[in-house]
Ligand binder design. Structure first.
Ligand SMILES: C[S@@+](CC[C@H](N)C(=O)[O-])C[C@H]1O[C@@H](n2cnc3c(N)ncnc32)[C@H](O)[C@@H]1O
Length: 173
């Protein structure tokens, strides 16, 4: 049965209520360059209760795409790739980029605690330096003639892959 959602409360009260339910992964978006994509990823990250969303580079997002969910999320700004590396120092960074993939997301047995999923920009993808520096690089198998998925869809698939392992039948919630 779904829980009562405290949406009538202040954003601070909602964030406080959600804090103990947060999941042990973060999402980072590199130079998304697409205000709709950033907003939509924030919206999806909220649905999966990511610990935080790290937006690398400048630029804003469309409120319509985030559907107000940024109020309940911790959105961290990293002005550059170097700043991102400082923010996530000591945490496992798993990049998600088909061209540099070392394995398919579907083949992962378990994700490391505190994993940061790093996605590339809608137009240019992830630079090779960031993929090379990542602890792991995942690809999402796709079967059509186009080269990639929209980053929001890719982020949703990866968050779902994380969640279905964490909340598999029998797993403690
Ligand atoms: C639209 S794609 C980037 C497309 C870019 N024009 C390119 O050719 O690399 C945006 C981001 O979504 C993620 N993505 C999309 N499809 C993916 C796939 N099949 N496997 C892994 N990541 C994918 C990656 O993080 C990628 O940087």
């Amino acid at each position: 049965m779904p829980l009562e959602t405290p949406l009538g409360e202040t954003p601070e009260a909602v964030r406080e209520a959600l804090a103990p339910l947060r999941n042990d992964f973060s999402v980072a978006l590199f130079a998304a360059g697409n205000a709709f994509a950033v907003g939509a990823v924030i919206r999806v990250a909220h649905s999966f209760l990511a610990r935080e969303v790290i937006v690398i580079g400048d630029g804003d997002w469309y409120a319509k795409a985030s559907m107000g969910m940024q109020k309940y999320e911790r959105v961290v700004r990293a002005p550059s790739a170097a700043a991102f590396k400082e923010i996530v120092a000591g945490r496992p960074v798993w990049a998600v980029e088909k061209d540099y993939a070392r394995r398919a997301v579907t083949a992962v047995d378990r994700f490391p605690p505190g994993v940061v999923f790093l996605f590339g920009s809608e137009r240019h993808g992830l630079p090779s330096e960031l993929a090379d520096a990542a602890d792991e690089v995942l690809g999402i198998p796709i079967y059509g003639v186009n080269h990639s998925l929209p980053v929001t869809v890719a982020a949703g698939i990866v968050m779902h892959e994380w969640a279905r392992r964490r909340y598999a039948p029998g797993a403690l919630v």
